[in-house]
Design a protein. Structure first.
Length: 285
């Protein structure tokens, strides 16, 4: 485990911070009522289920006040400002939350119910139970947030044909995604590296720059589907069998038999433009 790795951004968003606080509160209330930690069922003589539920709710509110204050501070200092929070820092933060909540529970039990047990024993037991109360929902939510983040990215890819991932140090990186005839993503390439696409029957060949050479990949799909998917990203259909990336058009050259598109590829490259697509090319440019 790389402790110097930055934690995912989805752990620091405002919406997920609220979800974490609410879910942890519900989990804590259920946990306390089911397992009755801290010998809490003995705090009050003749404890009824209703009185215990009210008492445990007060205890949960106390604990959630600690979590809420902690998470608001985390969000304002890291999530809202886009600052990096490393994994080791995040783990220490959780440990401090557990300690603060355990001490709060111990003080509540000691002062409110005159518990005469040894203070260190009370804190030790409280730490163990508080760790369960926080670590279980935290772990479950981390898995859920990760799944939800990947699911949203996949939906954006499927609906828009592209995915934009943001990096605070490198700006935005736009990817062109290519699907097979079943609608599954088979290949993604940085849009600025994509040169052109060539169609052949029910296949397309994607040509892209890889260093100082031109590489290609064969995908089972049609030009029609590829055009519908990539046109919003500036990929122009210029021929029955060709699409070109408008970012790399260096010049248009008129020939006796039509137009040629010249691309600033790693090697000299000219793509024919047929009459039926001349208007589309001019409009795009």
């Amino acid at each position: 485990m790389d402790l110097n790795k930055r934690i995912p951004n989805y752990l620091l968003t405002k919406a997920n911070t609220v979800k974490l606080i609410v879910f942890t509160a519900i989990f804590s209330l259920v946990f306390i009522n089911v397992f009755k930690p801290y010998r809490s069922e003995l705090w009050v003589p003749d404890m009824t289920d209703l009185r215990y539920f009210i008492l445990s709710s007060i205890l949960v509110l106390l604990g959630m006040a600690v979590v809420a204050i902690s998470r608001v501070i985390m969000y304002k200092n890291y999530g809202a400002k886009g600052r990096r929070l490393m994994l080791w820092q995040y783990l220490i933060w959780i440990a401090v939350e557990i300690l603060a909540m355990a001490i709060s529970f111990t003080i509540f039990e000691r002062a409110g119910f005159n518990d005469s047990r040894d203070l260190l024993d009370m804190i030790s037991i409280s730490l163990k139970n508080t760790a369960w109360i926080l670590l279980l929902p935290y772990s479950a939510l981390w898995l859920y947030f990760s799944w939800d983040d990947k699911n949203k990215k996949l939906q954006r890819i499927e609906s828009g044909g592209m995915e934009v991932s943001k990096d605070t140090t490198k700006g935005s990186l736009m990817m062109a995604n290519f699907y097979d005839n079943k609608g599954e993503i088979k290949f993604s390439v940085k849009l600025s590296d994509l040169m052109y696409i060539k169609g052949a029957d029910n296949y397309i060949v994607v040509y892209y720059a890889e260093g100082q050479k031109l590489s290609s990949i064969l995908i089972r799909n049609t030009m029609k589907h590829a055009e519908a998917n990539l046109k919003p990203q500036g990929i122009i259909r210029c021929h029955k069998s060709y699409m070109v990336n408008s970012q790399h058009i260096k010049l248009l050259e008129k020939k006796n038999d039509g137009l040629l598109v010249k691309l600033d590829a790693p090697m000299p490259l000219s793509i024919p433009v047929t009459k039926s697509y001349v208007k589309d090319v001019y409009e795009m440019l």
